[in-house]
Design a protein around this ligand. Structure first.
Ligand code: PFF
Length: 448
């Protein structure tokens, strides 16, 4: 195999992997899930799930990736001992690539809305009210245009490769995101109603912890850490052998959950501030008005209520959402691109152009038949496919891959690991615990 690119530094990897993990799922999904699942109790269970279940699965992807130094399809074939398991590896890998691409095809649409609302704030600042109207209207033209703009941004970063593309941009964008978010939190905390939101967010009511909440928290943790589709696997494949994998995995999980927690500190109080200002937050049955509504109706009305400064806050918020979406979308596109670059004669630029074009086509088809396809693709990918792929990856790690090779790979970069709890607990843990619990979540979501 030709010499492969690698992340140039540990920080670069952490930024890129955390950038993949942090996205619409954290900043919008986590707070709305928290709000509709009883507040702080959900936060508590989410943290337990992220570290006890998602972290072990993340380690499985990173370890397979670094060992095989390739995309998900080649990697699963590589660790398979016989013909039957190799065939299974090819099937699971290709399914992962398809799902990563389909996730991008709906993610690009939602991220396009973020770009449109970002420009709407600019249009307001300079008094272009007609443009501002068009930007927030739900026309097909607007949706295709901004999905296309977002896809082009994603493709241009991926075409530049690992060090100059993914690593450089994640390292630049991720700290910016934190700065914007903290500034917004400070602003929201000065508003009436914020403290009620903070109480709901921070003081757990343990009686709220029910099976549905546990399963929701687990799903959120898996989606949030970008697990199952080979994203973390391919990022692991660009890691040097010198790196201590278990520690890096902890760092990524900490940063991801930390940003989710911070996003909650912003959104939950903001919801209560909006309610204080007269916006209807909860439906008649007491449930939260969630879905796209939360960000695109409640928050803009919150920004409006801020007076002159509102348009700048809106700009900062949607800039933040666009940045977070971009560092996730590049990790999704890297999954099919790495397969094409490694298994076909295409170079990185050609692969990015062709695959990006195909995904743009898929997104356009979804937009043409929005009512039927949008929800369907989200359910197909996140509710049904991601958990099943997670189970498959745990089975490959725990049951198919030769145990000695697995242990050798964990040892690389961390020679004294044999004395640690990770060495003793993790291999058995991904073999039995993880698949069983993920399957439980799967059947719950199917039944629900
Ligand atoms: N983790 C991303 C988020 O929370 O928005 C979503 C995601 C990224 C899912 C990459 C899957 C993936 F491969």
């Amino acid at each position: 195999m030709a010499s492969r690119e690698q992340f140039s530094s540990r920080t670069g990897f952490i930024m890129a992997a955390a950038g993949s993990a942090i996205g619409l799922g954290n900043i919008w999904g986590f707070p709305t899930n928290t709000a509709s699942n009883g507040g702080a109790a959900f936060v508590l269970v989410y943290f337990v799930m992220a570290f006890c279940l998602a972290y072990p699965a993340l380690m499985a992807e990173l370890i397979i990736g670094r060992h095989s130094r390739s995309n998900i399809v080649t990697a699963l074939r590589f660790i398979s001992p016989n013909k039957a398991t190799r065939l299974l590896g090819t099937g699971v890998g290709l399914y992962g690539v398809l799902i990563a691409s389909l996730i991008l095809s709906f993610y690009g649409i939602v991220a396009g809305w973020m770009v449109a609302y970002l420009l709407e704030a600019v249009a307001e600042m300079i008094g272009w009210s007609e443009a501002s109207h068009w930007l927030t209207g739900f026309s097909f033209e607007r949706n295709v245009l901004f999905m296309g703009v977002f896809m082009l941004l994603t493709m241009s970063i991926i075409a530049s490769g690992i060090e100059g593309g993914i690593e450089k941009w994640s390292t630049r964008l991720m700290p910016m995101l934190l700065v914007i978010m903290v500034a917004l939190i400070i602003y929201v905390f000065t508003q009436p109603g914020a403290m009620e939101g903070l109480r709901v967010y921070l003081l757990p009511d343990i009686s709220q912890i029910k099976p549905a909440l546990i399963i929701d928290a687990m799903g959120q943790a898996f989606f949030s850490l970008s697990l199952g589709v080979g994203t973390m696997l391919v990022y692991g494949s660009y890691l040097s052998n010198k790196e201590n994998l278990p520690k890096l995995g902890v760092a990524v999980t900490l940063v991801d959950t930390g940003i989710a927690f911070t996003a909650g500190l912003l959104i939950i109080p903001a919801i209560y501030v909006a309610q204080h200002n007269g916006t209807t937050i909860f439906a008649e049955d007491g449930s939260l008005i969630a879905g796209p509504d939360l960000i695109f109706q409640i928050l803009p009305s919150l920004f409006d209520s801020m007076g002159e400064i509102g348009v700048f806050v809106a700009f900062a918020f949607f800039a933040l959402m666009t940045i977070a979406s971009l560092t996730s979308s590049i990790s999704m596109l890297e999954v099919p691109v790495s397969l094409a670059v490694e298994e076909t004669p295409a170079n990185r630029r050609q692969a990015t152009l062709i695959i990006g074009g195909l995904i743009f086509g898929c997104s356009t088809i979804i937009l043409l038949s929005f009512e039927t396809l949008f929800g369907f693709v989200i359910d197909l990918t996140t509710v049904y496919s991601q958990p099943l792929l997670g189970v498959a990856l745990c089975i490959f790690t725990g049951w198919i891959w030769h145990r000695n090779n697995l242990l050798q790979e964990i040892k690389a970069g961390h020679p004294e690991i044999e004395g640690t709890w990770f060495w003793k607990v993790w291999p058995g843990y991904v073999k039995f615990f993880c698949p069983v619990l993920i399957l439980m979540a799967f059947f719950q979501s199917v039944a629900g």
